[in-house]
Write a protein that binds this ligand. Structure first.
Ligand code: AMP
Length: 193
């Protein structure tokens, strides 16, 4: 099963993706996680991406498309994958279409988690608090200034990705404001449709 999860930062994509990983035994491919790993490891990609990420902007299409092209070719992604945080621009969606066609891969679903923007900042603040409570390190971009920029990037560059798929009649939308278990159920139903 190959699936794309769309939605603004704080919509719950990561939480739902983790549950789908358990359920279906396929990997979650989060470009955000991969980029953070590259930053931590100090790779050339990480060095290039760090300041953009910290400020809440988008890393170049070229970098993330390259990362995903490599990652979906790995052995553990053969049976399927969940894309979380990619594609984030229409150019990335077009590049993804091309790489899937090239590999003869089909998507099962493209699901958008719809969330009220007013709820997002408090969700991000909660995530930061929970991370601290668990002894972890808060993401450099989980602060109000970077978050505002991430929302602008979402509105201007990522919302059109939903339109891109909706225009092709392949977008499924579910209510991301519902409790986590209810969102999981709606997601399962959307995947079964
Ligand atoms: P995330 O963990 O998905 O919230 O991503 C964290 C940050 O990584 C984003 O704010 C961007 O700076 C960068 N990033 C992640 N995925 C992408 C992508 N598909 N395109 C561009 N930048 C991305």
């Amino acid at each position: 099963m190959r699936l794309i999860l769309l939605g603004p930062p704080g919509a719950g994509k990561g939480t739902q993706a983790a549950r789908l990983v358990e359920k279906h035994g396929i990997p979650q491919l989060s470009t955000g996680d991969m980029l953070r790993a590259a930053v931590k490891a100090g790779t050339p990609v990480g060095l290039q991406a760090k300041s953009v990420m910290d400020a809440g902007g988008l890393v170049s299409d070229e970098i993330v498309v390259g990362i995903i092209a490599d990652r979906i070719s790995e052995a553990d992604a053969k049976a399927g994958f969940i894309l979380d945080g990619f594609p984030r621009t229409v150019a990335q969606a077009e590049a993804l279409d091309a790489m899937l066609a090239e590999r003869g891969m089909m998507l099962r679903a493209i699901v958008e988690l719809k969330v009220d923007e007013s709820a997002l900042l408090s969700r991000i603040e909660n995530r930061a608090r929970e991370t601290v409570a668990a002894g972890g390190t808060v993401r450099a971009d989980d602060n109000p200034a970077a978050f505002e920029k991430r929302l602008v990037a979402y509105r201007e560059q990522t919302a059109p990705v939903s339109d891109y798929y909706a225009g092709r009649g392949v977008l499924k939308t579910i209510d991301g404001m519902a409790p986590v278990d209810a969102v999981s159920e709606a997601l399962d139903a959307a995947l079964a449709r």
